[in-house]
Unconditional design. Structure first.
Length: 362
């Protein structure tokens, strides 16, 4: 649907709504809209809900309620309202984008991706959904798909700094170094910035030049402490340099910027596990697995914490699934053997111990 057609359709919906509602209901709606514009989300939410109690099929107003809930930080509740609105208005790109953004802000990237994919198919060269979809793909370790998605967008908008930056990051993570260098050179022409230092740090990190990577990333976080991903990468570099306390500090800093960063959550969980803080560690792993549900490392860490906590049966179920899905995961086989021995299943324990030894030799 074109922008003009969408505007006409929304106007028709609103005209129909105005014709159907009673004067008191119209007054409630008017006051809700005024409260929203004034930034009083508590009042706006209450009044939108009052209106929808009598007019549950008013999809546009349900979308407004979702927007108010988002501004009030109630993302999970907003998702429910947007889902109902999109069922009534499946071609409304604004509502679908709002739904995708709510998923994104909650770290529910697997659910954000299909919504953004719909928008991207409808308008392949529209920048906002393309950037958001590419970022979701990058965060879920799909750099190749992100680079391919952004390449035509960059050709259409060759001066868009955000497109160049994210495409450069995707190309770096996809090990397409020559193409990535072209993007990096264009950003560097504009002078030093947090983004350019982050890309340089990523490039050095991939080359395993950790000292140089640390220098670039230190400048990146100094120039922009809120640059998503920079603290997380800096933490990985510092960990590689065995500066573990400094690495942990960077992972914590990343979580202040992006509470759903996969690496920062996974690394923080491992540290908490070592400190015997199992429940806190599991909370971070839950966020990590929300972003990458099938990640074997995070799944293993969750199972190993359950072993540590004495939840042997739960750990057994998780580890059995893990070795089925990842049969060459030696550490998972070894831990499953330990679990079987605790359960007095000696033959099964011997089998998994042997499997661990065999996979270690491969």
């Amino acid at each position: 649907m074109s922008v003009a057609a969408g505007a006409i359709a929304r106007a028709a919906v609103l005209l129909t709504l105005v014709a159907l509602v009673t004067a008191p209901a119209a007054d409630v709606l008017s006051r809700a809209n005024a409260a929203y514009k004034a930034g009083d989300m508590v009042t706006a939410i209450r009044l939108y809900r009052d209106f929808l109690a009598d007019h549950p099929d008013a999809a546009e107003i349900r979308s407004n309620l979702g927007a108010a809930l988002v501004r009030d930080g109630q993302f999970a509740e907003a998702i429910g309202e947007y889902q109902k609105a999109i069922q009534a208005m499946p071609s409304n790109s604004r509502v679908r984008m709002n739904l995708a953004l709510a998923y994104y802000k909650l770290g529910r990237l697997a659910e954000a991706v299909p919504e953004l994919a719909v928008l991207h198919r409808q308008e392949p060269l529209e920048v906002e959904p393309a950037l958001l979809l590419a970022d979701c793909l990058l965060q879920t370790a799909q750099a190749h798909q992100a680079a391919d998605l952004l390449a035509p967008v960059e050709k259409e908008y060759p001066d868009d700094r955000a497109v160049i930056y994210l495409l450069g990051m995707a190309l770096l993570k996809d090990n397409r170094m020559a193409e990535a260098q072209g993007m990096l050179d264009r950003i560097l022409r504009e002078g030093q910035s947090a983004e350019s230092e982050y890309l340089l740090g990523q490039s050095e990190f991939l080359r395993q030049n950790l000292v140089a990577a640390a220098d670039h990333l230190a400048r990146a976080v100094e120039l922009d402490p809120k640059l998503s991903g920079s603290h997380s990468l800096y933490g990985q570099v510092l960990r590689g340099l065995t500066k573990l306390d400094a690495a942990a500090e960077q992972f914590r800093a990343e979580l202040l910027v992006n509470p759903y960063d996969f690496v920062a959550n996974a690394e923080t969980a491992m540290q908490l596990k070592q400190e015997g803080k199992g429940e806190e560690a599991l909370a971070h792993l839950a966020k990590a697995l929300q972003v990458r549900p099938g990640d074997p490392g995070a799944l293993y860490q969750r199972a190993s914490i359950h072993v540590q906590q004495g939840q042997t049966e739960q750990a057994r179920l998780e580890l059995e699934q893990l070795v089925r899905d990842f049969p060459s995961f030696a550490e998972a086989h070894a831990t499953l053997a330990t679990v079987y021995y605790r359960l007095k299943r000696t033959a099964d324990g011997d089998r998994e111990r042997d499997a661990a030894r065999q996979t270690q030799k491969q």
